[in-house]
Design a protein around this ligand. Structure first.
Ligand SMILES: [Fe+2]
Length: 323
């Protein structure tokens, strides 16, 4: 059977590669799908979403901002074939995480960082805030997240290999005053660029011990188990990527090939020929994706929490399925 992700199948890869590249260069407008009712997308809207997902592994949904309500979002994600939510500690009962920057004092945003070692600038700090909210935060309250930049990653890279995140959906209720723009790269395009550079990069990043996220232990208690796995894996015929550009609290397999592949991946993010979408969600807009690579710029928020940036996010173990 044709498997473009098998390094020995160069013909299958060439065909797949040509098909992927036909869609580029692409613009944000190419991702956009207006939807009338989130809880009941029409067959035409579903078709339009399917085309975007099949082509880019992501779509930019535009609805009336009044449509962004928990029950409606869940009806929409069900329509996308998403059923198994990745229930992290601070998702509410409906698995919808409310993402807002934390504030230590009214009107004074702070980083939401809770890890004692502290993140490097540009580290993806969300992993720590996911697991350790500042004292007093409880399930169901707004989740404190950082207003600092988040570096390139896919979601759930610290999950076990059995509980990898297949898809995430991010709905914008309110945008930040300045900043808060996402960068997005179809992870299949990252694979393509790396494989073109050297199939050895793919081999190294597909090793089952390529990337380890150490256990998170606090006061002798394991808050999250160690996560060991590949960066690239093929799940039910689909390419999955597990990645974080963060410099701390990650262990890469210590071989020359792994280091070379990691460096090549780092370089991708500043290459102009890698097709990066950059977009700041506006109220009523949503990104839905098969867990593509993404980052986010820092932002400056309104001092009034009622006007500050607010996004709803749901992560799923499933991939989007519109067949
Ligand atoms: Fe993320």
């Amino acid at each position: 059977m044709d498997d473009p992700f098998d390094l020995s199948q160069t013909n299958a890869y060439s065909k797949w590669r040509a098909r992927k590249l036909r869609a580029y260069p692409a613009e944000n407008a190419d991702l956009r799908v207006p939807v009338g009712r989130l809880d009941q997308p029409t067959p035409e809207e579903r078709d339009a979403l399917k085309t975007r997902i099949d082509t880019f592994n992501m779509a930019l949904v535009a609805v009336d901002p009044a449509e962004i309500q928990t029950e409606t979002l869940l009806a929409f994600t069900r329509a996308l074939g998403l059923r198994r939510a990745d229930a992290n500690l601070f998702a509410d009962a409906s698995a919808v995480s409310h993402i807002a920057a934390s504030r230590t004092h009214p009107g004074r945003p702070h980083s939401g960082r809770t890890h004692s070692a502290g993140p490097n600038p540009g580290d993806e700090t969300r992993v720590d805030t996911d697991l350790e909210p500042p004292g007093g935060t409880t399930l169901g309250e707004f989740i404190p997240y950082t207003d600092k930049p988040l570096s390139w990653h896919t979601d759930g890279y610290y999950n076990t290999t059995d509980e990898q995140v297949g898809a995430w959906c991010l709905f914008c209720v309110r945008a930040a005053r300045h900043g808060g723009e996402n960068g997005l790269i179809d992870h299949e395009m990252a694979y393509l660029q790396l494989r073109d550079e050297s199939p050895q990069h793919i081999a190294a990043l597909s090793h089952p011990q390529a990337l380890t996220i150490p256990a998170h232990v606090q006061d002798g208690r394991t808050r999250r188990a160690e996560s060991v796995g590949p960066v690239f894996s093929v799940r039910n015929g689909h390419l999955h990527m597990r990645y974080s550009a963060r410099a701390r609290h990650v262990l890469w397999r210590d071989t020359p090939d792994t280091h070379a592949a990691r460096a090549a991946l780092d370089r991708l993010f500043s290459r102009p020929d890698v097709f990066t979408f950059r977009y700041k969600l506006r109220p009523g807009e949503a990104l839905v994706s098969n867990n593509v690579l993404h980052c986010r710029s820092g932002f400056d928020d309104d001092e009034d929490p009622a006007k500050a940036r607010l996004l709803y996010r749901i992560r799923f173990l499933d991939r989007i399925d519109l067949d």
